[in-house]
Design a protein around this ligand. Sequence first.
Ligand SMILES: [Zn+2]
Length: 482
Amino acid sequence: MRHRRIWRSATVAVSVLAGLVTAGCSKTPGERPKADYNVLLVTLDTTRADYLSCYGHTPETSPNLDALAREGIRFAKAISQSAATPVSHASILTGLNPYQHGVRVIYAEEGYRLPDNVPTLATLLKGHGWQTAAYLSSFTVSEFYGFDRGFDTFDSGLKVPAHESFQKGDGVWLWPVKENQRRSDATTDQAIAGLKQAQGPFCAWVHYWDPHDPQVLPPDDVMARFVSDGMDMPTRRRAIYAAEVFYMDSQFGRLIQYLKEAGEYEKTIIVVVADHGEGLGDHDWWFHRILYQEQIHVPLIMRVPGWPSGKVVSDLVRTVDIVPTILEALGAAPPAGVAGRSVRPLVEGQADTVRIAYADAINAFDLNSKLAEQRPLDEMLHCATDGTWKLILRPRLEDQSELYNIKDDPRETKNLYAQESGHADRLKVELAKCNGFVNKPFGAAVDPDVQARLRSLGYLGGDSSSTPPPAPTTRPATTSRP
Ligand SMILES: [Zn+2]
């Protein structure tokens, strides 16, 4: 692949969102980034950190990601800003917390789409002359959520266009799952084919979906490696999940192999992160959308040319730190007002101000979620953590908030909210600074037809229950929870 330099002045929209002002991506408007590396951002949907072998899982599930960690930097304590796919991805792509970028829920009349004036990694790098491409695997990161902006190529993998992707059946609108998700091998095929066409430095986003849902299973040989007859349902579900992680990792390995064969690996910034984890029975919950560690402690691995290799960073970092870090690696400043900041000082072993990670789950406003009915305590959750203490605040039921020492109690078994009020109060102050609380969260109205579809989707619900999902063969074929 030949690198052709086409630099343009950065023209970045100015966004005013709840007092947030964003500006151009360079300290001097129009200034070129100093480095011209490729950028490969890989998001692993629904992937718990503790299910990767480089985070301690046995048997081995992630040999290719483990290899990247050995050659790059593994962040042992990365926190996602949401456990809902589009909300979390919006934070990964913008460096903003949910209350800043405006994607608050998966489905509602408003508040589900990234506003057109919020800069993203793609809009910023496209503005600097990078070729931008996305190869994705599910509806929940599609153009429906406004994630296509800034991409020259946007391959969401949908067989049904996003704006037509709800089928009407028996009086309700359904999401045709099989037509709107694809396995990691298909996504990787498209990504490699697309990258072969690149004529200059590229910024590629590859999204894998396999662990999200046991509808699209790995090949039989991978299943046989993890799943065996006679497993009880919870064990089987967790084994299928591990098989999906393993298969996804193998496809990530194909992608890396392509970069090496094309001579691009050494000039590519590679960032791999999950949008959120999965309950798998922990805290009496099998899915996501809440804020315990199995939900928001995500794997984060980076390899940056010229940066240390084989490094493990144990300080708390956040997914909003990704965009500022990539921009720093390229020699560019992030947009003013981003919530995240570059993790480079931590990578270099320098002292850095302790980060506070914010996350929220405003399930009560999500038309697609029945979680507020099934787990009434979890209808509105706001989290702040400094990496040792973690507060899950229930603003409507404050006495039932939770506080954990996640250093001593990483599985969050001992709620210390009543005993450790000093730490709880300190983190409440951090939450108050964020001003992420919402009573009526959503801004501009959207198209009435879209509103009608989304309203209909509300009858679907989506989060099932605290019992394990049925075996894949008995799962409904046409509906799913994003
Ligand atoms: Zn997700």
